[in-house]
Design a protein around this ligand. Structure first.
Ligand SMILES: [Zn+2]
Ligand SMILES: [Zn+2]
Ligand SMILES: [Zn+2]
Length: 90
């Protein structure tokens, strides 16, 4: 881990969870579009990023108090903690 080393939520992650499917679980239900995908490290759900119209990942993080997501984009290896606004590579 590089940045975000003082985030306890990121520190607590031993194994990074990856998406089951590369699609936003909520956008698929609504027939909406997304830009990038993030996978919740608490429950494993894959949702859309803050550049997407519906921002499902950050809504989920707030509503469920699941702090950390991983990028679900191919070739990207980083974690993000919403409450601490902290990124970390892995
Ligand atoms: Zn944190
Ligand atoms: Zn979405
Ligand atoms: Zn979650």
């Amino acid at each position: 881990m590089s940045a975000g080393a003082d985030c306890l939520y990121i520190k607590a992650i031993a194994t990074v969870r990856h998406p089951d499917k590369r699609e936003c679980a909520e956008c698929v239900k609504m027939g909406a579009q997304w830009v990038h995908l993030r996978t919740c490290q608490e429950c494993g759900v894959t949702l859309c990023c803050d550049s997407s119209p519906n921002r499902h990942a950050s809504k989920h993080a707030r509503a469920s108090e699941h702090p950390v997501v991983a990028s679900a984009e191919r070739g990207e290896r980083w974690l993000y903690c919403y409450p601490d606004d902290a990124f970390a590579d892995y």
